[in-house]
Design a protein around this ligand. Structure first.
Ligand code: DSN
Length: 427
């Protein structure tokens, strides 16, 4: 209740000061309430995380680390950062955590700064195969300043073949290897990657941005004990604010901290640090562990329901929160389907599929995930409804005649979601 009073006061203030932005924020609240958000990297944070994000902590500069700052007045900021670090260490079982990276891309760039020199080789999953830009892809600084070499997935299984990764690593001798990605529906074999990294004496980084909440919730194996550095954003399955963390063994702590500050960043965003701390506290509960289990159960069921309706899933299904759908056989491009679904209130992103013959701006697939809808309380029994809506819209989009059906589905989605209030949004 207090949260609502605080939120309402702040909203009144925003209305008075900047009605134009206030109106757009309200419109976004409504959109997030009455659309089905299936983008796998998105979620709903709790009212407590939102409250921490919108605090006076944003007013404070604190370059440096607790006890070693370049500005005075850190009486409250130091304990906040220490609490956030300690909670990350406890939740993930790591020796060291840095909670200052502004987001995932700066976090990964700090890893390069800590362990490599320009021109060194980095081995990561290719972007169109499910990797991330910052794993050495050409258009990213990481693929410009470093020599990126790439692994992918097998055409027959849709999964990464570690024998192929090993051959590549032995041939290319990377300084850094990244495992994990942004469109990987299957369990990452951290131990397998670690054996390869050891053989070629590379630094192994697990980018668990997508699955951090599943690891914390115990439904995906942890990379801790296998890799040198764990890099993660805090706002995906982990359900925290937009931010990131780097975690490592004590031996790498100094290199990581130095790379984040002063190597790459200035003052940390202390309001974000506080909200990360809150999210980590929330993630260390039985309620969150049930949430993580439900995210995976929902994704598996949604995959089965989609497959029954003729949707082709990369790798045949999912082990986690994410499904990559190849629409080639449905006779419609990913972007056309994504835009039709969006008009129906079902928000996905168009995405390349492995070995895509279309361009990344107009690819063959869509990427969907269950973190956000699970935060609203949807369960396996609701997944057939969602798959049915998607089937109707994609069928219509392929036939080029979907507007009437889109309006009908839009109304059904809105009415259904009114029974599932989203966390953090005004009632
Ligand atoms: N934007 C993130 C995602 O959607 O997966 C990756 O940076």
């Amino acid at each position: 209740m207090d949260d609502h009073v605080q939120t309402n006061n702040r909203r009144d203030e925003l209305d008075r000061t900047d009605p134009e932005i206030a109106a757009l924020v309200r419109a976004e609240e409504l959109l997030q309430q009455d659309t089905l958000r299936l983008i796998p990297s998105e979620n709903y944070v709790s009212a407590a995380v939102l409250a921490a994000t919108g605090t006076v902590l944003t007013n404070k500069y604190s370059e440096g680390y607790p006890g070693r700052r370049y500005y005075e007045g850190q009486q409250n900021i130091d304990p906040i950062e220490i609490i956030a670090r300690d909670r990350a260490r406890a939740l993930f079982g790591v020796e060291h955590a840095n909670v200052q990276p502004y987001s995932g891309s700066p976090a990964n760039l700090a890893v390069y700064l800590a362990f490599a020199r320009p021109g060194d080789t980095v081995l990561g999953m290719a972007l169109p195969m499910g990797g991330h830009l910052t794993h050495g892809w050409g258009v990213s600084a990481t693929g410009t300043w470093f020599r990126g070499v790439r692994y992918g997935v097998r055409a027959d299984t849709g999964r990464t073949d570690l024998d192929e990764v090993r051959d590549l690593a032995l041939r290319e001798r990377p300084r850094i290897i990244f495992c994990g990605g942004t469109a990987v529906p299957r369990t990452v074999d951290f131990a397998g990657f670690a054996a390869i990294a050891r053989e070629v004496d590379a630094i192994l980084v697990a980018d668990v941005s997508h699955i951090a909440g599943l690891i914390a919730g115990g439904v995906h194996p942890s990379p801790v004990g296998h890799v040198d550095v764990v890099s993660t954003t805090t706002h995906k399955t982990l359900r925290g604010p937009r931010g990131a963390m780097l975690m490592c063994r004590a031996e790498h702590a100094k290199a990581i901290d130095k790379a984040v500050f002063p190597g790459l960043q200035g003052g940390p965003h202390n309001n974000t640090t506080a909200a990360i701390a809150v999210a980590l506290r929330e993630a260390d509960t039985d309620e969150f562990r049930s949430y993580a289990r439900q995210v995976v159960a929902n994704a598996k069921r949604l995959g089965e329901e989609l497959a029954e309706r003729g949707f082709e899933l990369v790798s045949g299904g999912t082990d986690n929160h994410l499904l990559l759908v190849d629409l080639t056989r449905r006779g419609v491009a990913g972007k056309v389907a994504a835009k039709a679904l969006d008009r129906a209130g079902i928000v996905v992103n168009y995405n390349t599929v492995p070995f895509d013959t279309r361009s990344p701006f107009d690819p063959s697939g869509i990427r969907i995930g269950t973190p956000a809808l699970t935060s609203r309380g949807l369960r396996e029994s609701h997944m057939s409804l969602i798959a049915g809506w998607m089937d109707r819209i994609v069928t219509g989009a392929a036939a080029g005649s979907s507007e009437d059906e889109i309006a009908v589905v839009r109304a059904e989605v809105r009415s259904f979601l009114s029974g599932f209030p989203a966390p953090g949004l005004p009632v």
